[in-house]
Design a protein around this ligand. Sequence first.
Ligand code: G4P
Length: 292
Amino acid sequence: MAIQWFPGHMHLTRKTIEERIKDIDVVIELLDARLPGSSANPLLAELTGHKPTLKVINKQDLADPERTPLWLDWYNAKLETHAIALDASDAAPARKLIDGCRKLAPTRVGLSRPMRVLICGIPNVGKSTLINTLSAKRQAKTGDEAGVTKQEQRIVLADDFYLWDTPGMLWPRIIVDQSGDRLAASGAVGRNAYDEEAVVLDLLAYLKHRYAAQLDERYKLGLTPQEVSELHDDELLEKIARKRGAVMSGGKLNMQKASEIVLTDFRGGILGRISLETPAEFETWLAEAAVK
Ligand code: G4P
């Protein structure tokens, strides 16, 4: 399903990035480890004048541990890009961010040449959580300082390392159809922009081939992975509805309720550690979109 969604505050974000970028050495782009390709915004490189970028693959605790290293390698193979994985259980993420940025701009060191970093990310990727952890023991809002708008926040991670938080959010830029559904499943897209059942059917279409055992275990389907993968997507959702008691009066299955159950389980990691794309799959989708 094609989803196009533009939150209202994207213009503010865009404007602030454009204004701030001239004084920035490294851009940090936060990505969702479950969909590191789809949660990136390809326009960011243009907006930031192709500044060196640290890709922070966040929420790694929710993602497939075999797939996150593939994404790290994929991003690390790109020029002017370095990638690290992170999650909210890391009580001291500052060191990793500082080390990652220093790899990209090694000469920005010392009080006379402090490192200036801008952090961006699409909704729900965990930016507020990370910013809160980073600013807990540090100087946070600097709204009265010249050139610092009320909505902007500067965090001093070290005497010679400043991190600027963008107000508002970077919007998802959906360039392949597969990304739309994945972003919706992850919670990055506004609730009114998609149909939950359609998103869940698409999610199940992927999970039944790659994560059939997790589906069987969670919903007590009593099926082998092969049997799960051979079910039609709507048949699978119906089985889940029955198993989870999503039934209306008269015995009709409540597919909306079943969809909400699957989405909540996926988003909360209750289905297990799952990634919705590999670099190879993402590259294939990009290639397919390019010839459309
Ligand atoms: P945002 O500013 O980028 O929009 O995201 P935010 O920090 O608000 O995080 C969105 C949701 O993701 C929150 O859950 C947050 O707790 C969760 N989250 C952030 N980082 C991580 C992580 O590394 N791992 C996991 N598993 N979850 C993470 P929520 O349910 O919306 O709120 P709540 O649980 O904080 O109440």
